[in-house]
Design a protein around this ligand. Structure first.
Ligand SMILES: Nc1ncnc2c1ncn2[C@@H]1O[C@H](COP(=O)(O)OP(=O)(O)OP(=O)(O)O)[C@@H](O)[C@H]1O
Ligand SMILES: [Mg+2]
Length: 266
């Protein structure tokens, strides 16, 4: 098992495989941990997230969340933010966020209070009656995160939530995600293709190989819980991102099928 063994494991993946033959994948996330996954395009990151969320079944192995096996549906307490912008164009910001509570047993006044809180927390107060088409890409992603936040998830799974944003907006959204993580105490599992994002945000970073994806290495960052994007000026940050790139370069080339052309044949 990889990391977080023992009593405080919040999520445990044991001997997971899906479809392809290959080494099974083990991972344990500690409660309140911020874990990021990086890996070449197509290596199975989104597939792994789907397995953890209960949206895809592993071919073998088990996922356990808070002591119960995950099977066939997203467990209570788990929130998912998908790779693509999933806001509903026909609903206002307020109604998009409230949608996250539509099919739950949360009472109406509590639901409204949570929606108001999430709108304020995500800095969307001036846009509560706006429609997604009137928002920037970053704001639309904040709507999607707020929609998950209102469910008060104890485990938040995010699939490249800032993939479409420019660099500076991405770093600032990262700060907001860190604030959310600190204030809610949730466990976060974040897929990203941005190595700097992984290095800045996480307690641990899992580096995945080309398909069939498995963890080549799991790096610990040792950042304080109070970190934010100013960490990008830190020497350790530079060392971490360059180590990530060293690990990933060969894998990404392999994933693209260009190994011969650029002389990488490991
Ligand atoms: N272990 C696996 N078993 C079955 N199918 C897989 C596996 N890994 C990846 N795939 C398939 O490969 C394709 C790409 O996988 P996936 O979307 O998970 O990759 P990704 O790492 O999220 O890529 P990207 O970085 O481009 O988003 C999908 O069609 C998926 O079904
Ligand atoms: Mg993906």
């Amino acid at each position: 098992m990889t990391g977080a063994e023992g009593g405080d494991a919040h999520v445990v993946l044991s001997a997971i495989t899906r479809v392809y033959e290959g080494r099974p994948l083990d991972l344990a996330l500690a409660r309140g941990e911020f874990f990021a996954v990086v890996g070449p395009s197509g290596c199975g990151k989104s597939t792994l997230l789907d397995v953890i969320a209960g949206l895809a079944r592993p071919t073998s192995g088990t996922v356990v969340f808070e002591g119960a096996r995950v099977e066939g549906r997203v467990p209570d307490g788990v929130g998912v933010v998908f790779q693509e912008d999933a806001s509903f164009p026909w609903l206002t910001v307020h109604d998009n966020i409230a949608f996250g509570l539509k099919y739950t047993s949360v009472a109406a006044d509590e639901a409204l209070a949570r929606v108001d809180y999430a709108i304020a927390f995500m800095g969307l107060t001036d846009f509560r009656t706006a429609y997604p088409a009137q928002l920037s890409g970053g704001m639309r992603q904040r709507v999607c995160i707020a929609r998950t936040l209102v469910q008060k998830p104890r485990l938040i799974l995010l699939d490249e939530p800032f993939g479409a944003l420019d660099q500076q907006t991405r770093l600032l959204m990262g700060d907001e995600l860190l604030r959310l993580w600190r204030e809610t105490g949730a466990t976060v599992f974040l897929i990203t293709h941005a190595l700097d994002e992984a290095a800045m945000l996480s307690d641990r970073i899992g580096v995945m190989s080309a398909r069939p994806g498995r963890f080549l290495e799991i790096m610990e960052t040792h950042w304080p819980r109070t970190r934010d994007s100013t960490i990008v000026g830190n020497d350790d940050f530079g060392r971490l991102t360059s180590r990530l790139w060293t690990q990933l370069r060969g894998e990404s080339i392999r994933a693209l099928g260009h190994a011969g052309a650029v002389g990488v044949n490991q």
